[in-house]
Design a binder for this molecule. Structure first.
Ligand code: SF4
Length: 176
């Protein structure tokens, strides 16, 4: 697997504390991309996905984030990591410049397997004209947070609902 790097304690690539892997290589070349050094598929360095498994054993972690670069361009290795994270009880977020609909249309078995091995897909290219600081965990307003199990089951994009926000909405304060 070719990666640009990792961050062991990210708090900006999804909810909670996360192990983030920045995959090397991206063919989207979104104007204004924050990580242009990750575009060259020959850049970064090679790692064996198994060599990263031990990083997932940190008991403080909430999840694994696969970002880039374009994780869907190295789907087999990313699936290995995603499965290892889930075996440890971690949730898995995947960032991609593709839309969910495009990935469904492509019907690439390895890419679909990665989607099946993850919980949330942050989809769509970064669009400079849609750039915003008001959309958590994303760079531009067109990008969506998708509930992958639900989206795959229904065959259409289903937005992810943050369970912490859901719990707050259902909270009824006790009578005083
Ligand atoms: S998909 Fe992500 S990494 Fe690739 S060019 Fe777009 S913003 Fe950059």
């Amino acid at each position: 697997m070719r990666i640009a790097g990792t961050v062991g304690d990210s708090i900006v690539d999804g909810p909670g504390l996360r192990f983030a892997v920045f995959v090397q290589g991206c063919s989207h070349h979104c104007p204004g991309c924050q990580n242009p050094h990750t575009h060259d598929p020959a850049g970064g360095h090679e790692v064996d996905p198994e060599s990263l498994f031990s990083m997932l054993d940190d008991p403080l972690l909430d999840g694994l984030t696969l970002s880039g670069g374009e994780p869907l361009e190295q789907p087999e290795a990313c699936t290995e990591l995603a499965r290892a994270a889930r075996e440890r009880g971690l949730n898995v977020w995947v960032y991609t410049g593709y839309t969910f609909e495009t990935l469904l249309d492509q019907a690439d078995p390895a890419r679909l397997e990665l989607l099946r091995s993850a919980d949330v897909l942050v989809d769509g290219p970064f669009l400079l004209e849609e750039r915003s600081l008001d959309v958590p965990w994303r760079g531009s307003r067109n990008q969506r947070l998708l509930d992958l199990p639900q989206s795959l089951e229904r065959g259409c994009a289903v937005l992810w609902v943050d369970p912490r926000v859901d719990r707050l909405a259902q909270f009824t304060p006790p009578d005083t």
